[in-house]
Design a protein around this ligand. Structure first.
Ligand code: ADP
Length: 453
């Protein structure tokens, strides 16, 4: 009450406070007429500035819309002349390019056909164009060239809301002042869904995501995992056929990430919606995807099922990006049938592999005798005694992870890791004999880095 009277008192005090007269540059006060003229002038000046700003804004918008019309025209022309055609896939991305206004080309000639109910993961290091591609599908970024078909419909120019999809971002973007129930119900209320139906849908989603105990809480009183579940709930409550997820788990700690990973996979199984998921984490890609799209610097490197990508990487980048610890890569020379890995390490290439190398280089002979050799740590076999097929290596560093060892060594001066069961004993300086599982050896062209075998 005291505060209220104080405020009233201040209000009247300010109202009747005598204002300081405005003074001219020479310190003398303005006359009434002069003051009137000055105020008129100032008002006019303000009005003109406002007008100038509005004109500037209009010109910028026109420039943008001219560009937009041009892009749309090109895309519509290409559609008309049959360069792009819908096919029987659910989502079809055809020769998609993205150039940002600052001339950065983020995506180069992206092609992908997605079938209904697939769980596609875009994976690659930061800045490789994953989010840009996802945002073009969502309609949050304009497609510079190429065509996007959703359910057979040319969708480049559709508004996000017209595309029949829901998106989940890295930041939960929940309304902090609303309860979990209201956060879930928000989009439905906006679309004037009847109250009974909202209640039913919130109940269903909260049951799937196990949010029942938290419906009355506000986001500030939830854990990170619970907030992310509410964000997922806000997407799935909309009953769309397509979910787009941009690194939804990267704000969570490691343990929660693992838990949420399986929750999202289960959710996908239950809802059977088509999902496109962006991550830089290769483990997420391997464990969640039905198909992975590996990207690097705006280019698609390989598209395939996780197992295929792991077992048959298309190039050195994919080979080393997917899998942990990464595949061992050794720059080697091929002399006769032997791969010379270093001065002291030689691998005798089995006849079948030698034949494949010869076939690969048939029309385009290998430059020099350089070749890139690859083997995953788990495909290096430790043997008790040396034979003509074994290599002797010395251990530089021994890591015991509980269930297994990671043994660090070098071939020549190139780092090399192998795995060993924890029941054995290893120490730094130990010399051991190893051989390679020939079915799991990878060879890459040194120049292109593309896979030979
Ligand atoms: P990722 O999701 O794989 O980390 P992004 O798609 O966000 O990569 O970015 C791809 C490239 O495009 C990067 O080089 C990034 O700096 C650039 N980029 C992203 N957004 C913009 C933008 N609004 N304007 C200009 N360049 C951008």
């Amino acid at each position: 009450m005291k505060g209220f009277f104080e405020r009233v008192k201040n209000f009247f005090a300010n109202l009747f406070k005598k204002k300081e007269p405005r003074l001219k540059e020479d310190g003398t006060p303005y006359t009434k007429e002069e003051l009137k003229a000055l105020k008129r002038e100032e008002k006019l000046k303000k009005k003109e500035e406002k007008k100038k700003l509005a004109a500037q804004k209009k010109a910028e918008e026109k420039k943008k819309s001219d560009h937009y019309i041009e892009v749309c025209k090109e895309q519509s022309d290409a559609l008309r002349d049959g360069t792009f055609q819908p096919n029987d896939s659910f989502i079809s991305l055809q020769h998609i390019n993205k150039i940002y206004p600052n001339k950065t080309q983020a995506v180069f000639d992206f092609n992908l056909d997605i079938q209904k109910h697939e769980f596609i993961v875009f994976v690659g290091p930061s800045g490789c164009g994953k989010s840009t591609t996802l945002r073009m599908i969502a309609g949050l970024e304009q497609i510079t060239s190429g065509a996007l078909f959703i359910n057979g419909k040319f969708s480049n120019l559709l508004e996000p809301a017209e595309r029949g999809l829901a998106m989940v971002f890295q930041s939960y973007a929940l309304y902090p002042h609303m309860t979990v129930y209201d956060n879930l119900a928000f989009a439905l209320r906006q679309h004037h869904v009847p109250k009974d139906e909202i209640e039913e849908r919130v109940k269903r989603v909260s049951k799937i995501l196990e949010l029942d105990p938290y419906l009355d809480r506000k986001p500030g009183n939830l854990s990170g995992g619970q907030c992310q579940r509410v964000a997922l709930g806000r997407a799935i409550i909309r009953n769309t056929d397509i979910f787009l997820m941009d690194e939804p788990l990267s704000n969570l700690d490691a343990k929660l990430r693992v838990q949420m990973r399986s929750e999202i996979v289960n959710l996908h199984r239950e809802l059977n919606a088509t999902t496109i998921y962006v991550t830089h984490d290769q483990t997420e890609a391997m464990t969640m995807a039905t198909r992975i799209v590996v990207m690097k610097a705006g280019y698609v490197q390989q598209i395939g099922a996780p197992k295929d990508i792991y077992n048959h990487p298309a190039n050195v980048f994919v080979a080393t990006f997917i899998g942990s610890p990464a595949m061992n890569i050794v720059q080697a020379k091929m002399v006769g049938g032997d791969i010379i890995l270093s001065e002291n390490h030689k691998y005798h290439l089995p006849a079948a592999l030698k034949k494949k190398v010869a076939e690969f280089y048939k029309d385009n002979p290998m430059e020099g005798d350089d070749i890139t050799f690859g083997i995953r740590p788990e495909d290096v076999i430790i043997v008790d005694s040396p034979t003509k097929d074994t290599l002797e290596i010395q251990l530089d560093f021994v890591e015991l992870l509980g269930n297994e060892y990671h043994l660090h060594t070098a071939i020549g001066n190139q780092k090399f890791i192998l795995k060993a069961p924890a029941k054995m004993e290893y120490q730094v300086g130990d010399k051991i004999n190893v051989k390679f599982d020939s079915d799991r050896v990878h060879l890459f062209d040194k120049k292109t880095t593309n896979c030979i075998i």
